[in-house]
Structures are given as C-alpha cells and as structure tokens.
Ligand binder design. Sequence first.
Ligand code: AZC
Length: 808
Amino acid sequence: MDKIYQSKEEFAEQYRQHVRALSGKEFEDTSDIDRFTALAKMIAGDSRVIAAQTDERNRVEGKKRVYYFSIEFLIGRLLDNYLLNLGIRDLVAEAIADMGGDLDVIERQEPDPALGNGGLGRLAACFLDSMAHEGIAGYGNGMRYRYGLFKQEIVDGRQVEVADEWLSKGYPWEVKRPDKAVRIGFGGHVVSRQEGDRTIFSVEGTQDVLAVPYDIPIVGYGGKTVNKLRCWSAEPIDEHFDLDAFNAGDYTGADRDRANAEAISAILYPNDAGEHGRLLRLKQEYLFVAAGIRTLLDTFEREHGKAWGELPDYVAIHTNDTHPAMCGPELMRILMDEKGLPWDEAWDIVTRTVSYTNHTILPEALEKWPISTFSSLLPRIYQIIDEINRRWREGFDMSQPESAERLRATAVLWDGEVRMANLSVICSHSVNGVAKIHSDILKASTLKDFAALRPEMFNNKTNGICHRRFFAEANPTYAKLVTEVIGDGWLDDASELEKLTAFEGDASFLERVGASKRANKLRLAEYVKRECSLVIDPNSIFDVQVKRFHAYKRQLLNIMKVMDLYNRRLADPNFKIQPTTFIFSGKAASSYTFAKEVIRLINGVAEVVNNDPRVNDIMKVCFIPNFRVSNAQLIYPAAEISEQISTAGKEASGTSNMKLMMNGAITLGTMDGANIEIVDLAGRENEAIFGLTTPEVEALRASGQYFAWDIVNSDRARLGRIIDQFVDGTFAGLSGNFESIHHELMFNNDYDLVLKDFHSYVDAWESLTSTYPDAQDWNRRALHNTAMSGWFSSDRTIREYRDEIWHA
Ligand code: AZC
C-alpha cells in the first residue's frame, strides 16, 4: 500500500500546520473538537487528491460508472475508518501520542450522522466502502438531511424523541458544490407543442427549488480508490428576503422562501418500514432522484457526448428500495423532452440502465402514493408513469385464465394509487432480494406475477457488512489476535478468515480469544455505566438484541423470556440460570405505538429485575439508549449470544446477525433471513436454532387453527403468569401496566406467533447457556463463527452486484 505519510514526523508537521491554520493556536492549546476538525479536514483534503487521480483513471479507462441511489446512507464516523483504509492508523495514533494528544479522544468528537433508519441505510454505507475497495467507479446519491434520525432518550422507561443536530459543530468531511446545483420543478401543468411530427412536452408554472450537492469522499481500503457520496440539500432559487416584512418585525415571514425550500431536506422520515404518504417525503424522493440523474447525464455527456444509446454501457443506476423509483420516469423525461429521443429508444435505454433491490415483504412498507397527490406535485412524471402503465397493460396477453389477476397485481396505477414497487420492477432489468429465502419469497409470493412473466430478471444478492468497520475497527483486540496467526490479508480478502479454523483445537489460542471477548465486555460495561448508570457483570453472558423495534423482530419474545426466568427463579431458588446480562438497544418509529410499548416494557422489567437482590447476581436487563453506528461498534464485539428471533419469513435478511457472528457471537435464531445462510456456513451445531419455519408459519396461518388463548391455557403456570403480569402491576412501577401488549397477544390473536414460539425459544436459550461453563468449547464455537463469516463481507456482495447486475 502506498501511504500518504511516510513517517510520524512528516504527518505531525502537516497536522500541526492544519491545526494552526484552523484555530490560530498551537496544537497544545487547542480543544478536542478543534483537533478533530483539523485532522478530518486534512484527511478529507488528502482524500480528494486521491479522488482526482481515481477520476482521471476512470476516465482514461472508460470505466462504467455505478450510481447507487438511496434515500438513506448511515455512514457512521469516518475518521478511524479512513485512517485504517489509508493504512496510517497506527502511525497517526503514535504521532498524536508523541504530541501529547490521544487519537481515541479526538475520534470521539466526530458526529455520527444518522442519515438512515437501520439496515437499509447501513447497507448502502457498507456498499460505498466495498465499491471503493473493489475499485468500482461507484457513487452514492442521497439526501443531506439537516436533522438525521431522532436522538432517543429514555424517560421513565419511555422513548422520547429529540432532534438530532448533527451539523451544529460543522461537518469537516463535506464540501458544498454550489456550481453543481440543479433546479428542480414541482407542480405546474404540462404543455405540448408540435415540432414536425414530434410532440414536445414541458411543464409550465412550476415552483422551483435548488438542489445543492455536498460531497463526502469515500476512501477505499488500500488507499488507491476514493469515490464520493453526493448528498442533496434543498435551497431557494433566489434569495427573496423581504426587508419590509423584516423591518415590520415579521422575521419568519421575511425568510419564508428559504424556510419553505429548506423544509424539503430538513428531516429524515423515521420509518424503517411502514407509514408513509407525506407530501414532503415525495418531494424528497423526486429531489434527490432528479438532481442525481442530472449529474450523471452531465458526466456522461462530458465523456461520451450525445451517444445516449450507449448510456447502459457506461452507466448503471441502482435503486435501493422503492424510494428512488422515479429514476426510470425521470430518465425517460429527460431523454424524450430534452434530448429528443422517441419513447421506444428512451425506454430501451432506461430498462437496460436501471436495477432495483427490494428490502422487505411487509405489505405496509411497499410505497404507494395517491394519484391525486402525485399528479399535482409531478404532472409530467405522472404522465410518463401513466404511459408506462398503459403500455404495460397493452402488452398483456389477455387470453390466459390468470391474466386478469396478473394484470391487477402488476399494474403501476391501481385503485387511485401509484404503486412504487411495481414501477421499480417494470423500469428495471434486474430485481433482487437480500438473502436466499427473501429472494425466494419475492418470486413465490410478493412479486410472483412479475416472476412468472419475467423469471430471468429475478436474482438474489445476500447482504454483506463492511468487515473492516465492524470487525477490524470495532474489535481491535480480536483483530490483532487474528492478524497474529493468519496475517493481515483478511482485511483485503475476508475469505482468508477461514484460515482460523486451523486454530479451533489450539487451547491456548482459544483462551486468548476468550480474553479478548472479556476485554470487549469490560469496555461495554464501562460505557453502560457511563450512559445508563447501571453496573453489569463482565463475567455474565452478554446476550444481545440490537436492531430497530418492530413487532416481527419480536423483542417482545426476548423480554418475555427474561420475565419467565425471573418468575421461575423466584418460585424456586434452586432453578439454575447461567448468569446473564440481557442487552437491548434500538429505536422505534415515532408513530409506532406498539414498538414503543415494547421498549417501555423492557425498561419496566429492567427496573424490577435490576433492583431485586434475589436475582441480582444472576440477571440484569440493560436497555442502551440511542442505538447508532458508533455505539453499535462497542456492542457487537462484546456480544456472546446474538438474538435473531424474527417470525420466520419476515426478516428479509438482517445484517446485525452477520456483524455479531463475525465478532464471535453464537446465533440464537429462527430459520429466517440470512440466519439460514449463517447456519449453512457455520453448521447448525454451532448455533442455536428454534421455532417455526417459514412453511410452518404459512401452514399455521392458512389453517386458521391458531388460537393464542389455547397456548396460554395449556401453560397457565409460566405463560399464563407472564400474560397476567402485563396488567397486574408487577412491572408497572416505572410507568404503568402494559394493556396494549396484553391486548395484542390475547385479543389480536398474537399475529407474530410470539406465544407459539415461546417454549422452543426458552428451551433453546437454556440449552445454549448451559454449555457456557465449558469455556474452551464456547470459545471454539465463537472462533468457528468468525472463521466462517468472511463470506458475509460486503466486498463479496458488491462483487456479485458488479458481475451479475451492473456488469461494471
Ligand atoms: C431492511 C430489512 O428489514 C432487513 O432485513 C435487511 O437486512 C435490510 O433492510 C438491508 O437489506 N429493510 C429496511 O430497512 N426497509 C426499509 C423500507 O427501510
């Protein structure tokens, strides 16, 4: 690897200069935030030099460019990651120590931009890292929200949402590019004129805003490729500052244009799946799509002129879920209305350029917009969608018995709504799911009519994670141990982790694996003490469930297990429980009442259990507030049990399962999402699998023979007791009872089959934890999980996208 700094001294001299230029002070007299800002600006500057070289190389080689459109990029802190990717982390840490500073402290000053909700946004960020590592000319195209996902505080056990002001101290990685701003029109009406035999459409009377890009460098491991993430912010076209209004004391009115425009990029909608339909959200979707399409066409035109027919050879547009579904129609609009191409030619270009990933089968998460809203906000785009829909219907062979049903299922416009998933499929040449089972379910059910018509476009790309961030960077003690025995080639090629299997019989190595886990548990225990004023025991098992709160993810099942263990222990002091700390973390969408009640329940149970001296030496419940990339990096390395307990068939893939596996946690899970591939890789004997399978869930639902009451009545002693405790005050001390949870299970008949899987889950937990005292074997399984996890590197995933979808 060519390094940008050859020695500590060279780095230190440059760094001192940057600190001086920024703060007007000597390094020794600066604050931590100044030290961080100067260092990040310096590394960002170095990265942009490499970015220019990368760009030039791409141009000379005529590389295909991949544009990854995603309304979320949950990038996390960048400094440590970039130092690692540039191969200078140790050098910089030592240089700063010599200067009397501490790199760790400096790194903790960095804001953790929460520009995403959960799995989907983090996946997009991992893909940026891997595209740069693989030398792909890959660019992120997203939104620069002024407020990221809300900050979660816990007050009396309840989630309270607070605005996340991540930009308040500046963001040194980004550069604003006003020269690349794009004018975006909303509203207005479509007009047409005749030019020879061609009808030309345009929109008049629009209300325009300016989409202004901010670029963030994306540094690939190895330091050879630096790509970029472009995030769009909305601003007014002209500054219409109303001085009269201002002088009359109407300060808000004076700046109304700015406020209206900026509202578009003000906040990230806090829904990871479900509730949508807000006008502002539709504006966001169009803004980042239209601005991104403009950018990529400008670049293409600069490099290849007006050879639009060659666009699919040089450009791939990937749409991450349905939020960028307007990529197809917007590209059609420009190719026809501005570049003068006829429909058929433009359509051929669009469908050879665009591809689509689906991330969920939950029907409530498949975006739909009322036609009335859509057509008045985006009249020309709507017109094009209408024509796409008309041609789709026209192309239907109506002679088959299933045709009518198939048409209903695949139409873009139906029942007064624009169906974004169908639009995404029809505009694309490839549709993929994110784990084997998910891709199968898409074909067999969610998108089955498309799959019947066009089987060749469906494929699977099992998700991956950036192993450099979530292993090398998050878990330095373990990473060091690994490098000691297999070298550091695994950073570049994660499949090399498999070499670790040779050490599964090495007792002294396994002991060191255990010691590194312990160090990580201590580190997390300190964090928990600071953040939650709770003392947890590093000798206990760390049992971890960290992810968004959602009914199908069944955090409820997990906390019911804790209630059950607690009850049984109180009833019988001889009942043996392996000492365990039950760790939860995650946010619930602000409008998702049930999920928020589960958070409140966990904290209610924690309050009782953690203050009961009868069980305190064996159990603690810990809810870590405000889950985000930065604290996730402390949690994964400390975990010993990875809770992946969704109702089978519901979790598209999951990615925390992969991060936890890589860090040596054993999966306690259902056969769902990528858990299935974890079992395939590491062997069922090295995980703990329980519960109904997807076909069993389907059969049970179809039978109509599931009755929650029967399950509870057949186990009054344990389940019945828990059900009563939701409402009898046992856990109500902090903030009251949990009637809605009781209601969901007993009166809504337990849609997510929590009661059904309860016994097999608790049995699996007991049997897994009973093996914990055999530390050597536990550590062997942990090591085996790490060794087999390399396949889950997003480098592998990205190579599959490159070879099978983008052909880049
Ligand atoms: C998530 C899926 O729920 C999760 O299983 C998957 O691992 C992840 O995407 C990445 O593919 N889906 C979402 O976050 N979905 C939305 C609409 O936000």
